[in-house]
Design a protein around this ligand. Structure first.
Ligand SMILES: C[S@@+](CC[C@H](N)C(=O)[O-])C[C@H]1O[C@@H](n2cnc3c(N)ncnc32)[C@H](O)[C@@H]1O
Length: 271
């Protein structure tokens, strides 16, 4: 690449606060070129909410159902607004906790208030900034699958958090990766749902396309203003299959609570 002054250039790519910074360098000069990335709908929506847009909504497209919305306000829920199942998960947290896919940091803040040591992890730059602005003390801006070296007693995965695994194959990868992140005797507290009811016909029968893979492997695309995540996999898993996979990978499965919409809170423990 040649500069305007005709000298060969190098370039460096840096991502800061969801901006791609391209730094062009030559012997005589350097330019910074900022390109705003548009793939962080959750992060930008969280920022907008903090700036006063209280009715912000994230649009959720899926391959299963009509478009849905996530009211951003819900992501900022206080303890008194949290479902009983989430409060039970918080009660079960022990030792050093990693809040995986922490979003606005609502659970991390609740644990912090209880003097429980917690690190809030999110791959969204906007979410990380929102958590810092709200006073979450330990925040990690990373993809869960890129973390290495750190060891925790509890991985907390709420709001169908195990969905991050994406697919059944991804679940196997996750269960192995989690062993690197957990101390011995460590635990994963996770929420998921059995979504078989979504395939029920009016007469109560269930129609499944057996060539389409596991019915809980869903595809989502999230949108907020000019931001779009792009299609990604999200896993909903029925508890019996989760127990099989967990046991196969050396975890003990305990059901902590079941809700009335197929949703549940489970604990997977390592010896
Ligand atoms: C639906 S939000 C849930 C936020 C929060 N746990 C709650 O209950 O309000 C899911 C979050 O997970 C984050 N996330 C998704 N995949 C991730 C990954 N592989 N590593 C880290 N964070 C991830 C997203 O950026 C998003 O903020």
């Amino acid at each position: 690449m040649l500069d305007v002054c005709g000298v060969a250039m190098n370039y460096r790519l840096i991502i800061i606060n969801n901006c791609l910074r391209v730094r062009l360098l030559c012997r005589n000069c350097s330019y910074n070129l900022y390109v705003r990335m548009k793939n962080d709908p959750i992060g930008v929506a969280l920022q907008d909410y903090l700036a006063g847009t209280e009715d912000a909504e994230i649009i959720v497209e899926s391959n299963l159902a009509e478009d849905d919305v996530i009211p951003v306000q819900y992501l900022f829920r206080k303890e008194e607004e949290m479902p009983e199942m989430e409060l039970l998960a918080l009660e079960n947290c022990r030792g050093q906790v990693l809040d995986v896919g922490a979003g606005s940091g609502c659970h991390a803040l609740a644990l912090q208030r209880q003097k429980i040591s917690v690190t809030a992890l999110d791959k969204s730059a906007g979410a990380v900034e929102a958590m810092q602005r709200q006073g979450v003390e330990h925040v990690l801006h990373k993809d869960l699958f890129d973390i290495q070296g750190a060891k925790y007693d509890t991985l907390l995965m709420l709001m169908n958090g195990i969905g991050i695994a994406g697919t059944l194959a991804g679940l196997e990868r996750f269960l192995e990766h989690a062993k690197q992140l957990l101390k011995s005797g460590g635990q994963i507290l996770l929420e998921s749902s059995d979504i078989l009811y979504m395939f029920e016909e009016e007469d109560g029968s269930v129609t499944l396309d057996l060539n389409a893979g596991y019915y809980g492997e869903v595809k989502y695309n999230m949108k907020y203003k000019d931001q779009e995540s792009g299609w990604f996999n999200w896993l909903f898993i029925d508890p019996a299959i989760l127990e099989d996979y967990a046991t196969e990978h050396g975890y003990t499965f305990v059901m902590l609570q079941q809700g009335d919409a197929g949703n549940y809170l489970a604990k997977l423990s390592l010896p």
